[in-house]
Ligand binder design. Sequence first.
Ligand code: TXA
Ligand code: MG
Length: 324
Amino acid sequence: MDALPLSPIRTVDNAAIFRAAQCLRQGGLVAFPTETVYGLGADATNDQAVAGIFEVKGRPRFNPLIVHVLGTPEAERLVEFSWLAEKLAEGFWPGPLTLVLPRKPDCPISLLASAGLETVAVRSPTHPVARQLLAATSRPLAAPSANRSGRVSPTTADHVLQEFGEDVDVLLDGGATWLGMESTVIGFECDRAVLLRPGAVSRDEISEAIGTDLAASTQNRTGSPGQLKSHYAPQTQLRLNAHDIAVDEALLAFGPNVPAGANIVRNLSATADLKEAAANLFSMLRDLDRSGAARIAVVPIPTYGLGEAINDRLARAAAPRNGL
Ligand code: TXA
Ligand code: MG
């Protein structure tokens, strides 16, 4: 029998949460909103369920997943917190900050979820739907962004539907996510915090909270293992730092001065607000990708604050597709 097309649950009431939690406890896949982007969730302690995430996403096995928990007490059952990690959790949890910490010896998280690493990435989301789901499931939930591997992250339930159709068991529609940019991922090396992935919490906010600058990673890699050069990619080619726009190009603008010449324009933020731009980035890339333009021209975006994460995502979206 063919699988039925997935029908999103548009009203997320107690019954919907109960159904989703039951599905997760039985090893199913549930897509749900967080404050950053939609996640594709599975019980992080269930190897088969976690394998289902990799299968549906078409995700390289070496790319570990973020494990979502209600808060620090739940995370402390899984991983070892240093004083610095505690300070960051105090400052930013619940919220869009992921901490990569050593597994406890009796950590029940599937090794597949952390791609065989000795560390686990943990985060406590603020979104009420994500929190209700965590509370009802009483399990840590592995949840990468709910998009096929390498593609643009979803910020609405309809984006998830476009990505997965019937491959997800339950889709909870909590409306558009309000940050629109994934969490910042922080690792620790020699008792110092290291930025593994820029994201919704800016480098400056983190430095301020810990009283020092973030250290550069000394590992022989740039950033998180999942940080492939080509990622977050629309089908249409991107041209970055564009000042002049060709007639066959769609334009992704930023700020009040919009270059002339494009018929199809989306402005990340007419008032040059980087927070608004981060929230709009993925949905506007999706829109422009569907416009039929030959290329998407993107104006220069400032690099401070949330601009670091926006430029990181744009650079990956523009990178050659076969590049690692
Ligand atoms: O905002 C978010 O973080 C969203 C929502 C759904 O929570 N999730 C998300 O997950 O973006 P994902 O799987 O698309 O990205 C996880 C990132 C990857 O860059 C991965 O390499 C890194 O976290 N990561 C996970 N576990 C790690 C580990 N043990 N060591 C280093 N990096 C890790
Ligand atoms: Mg992702």
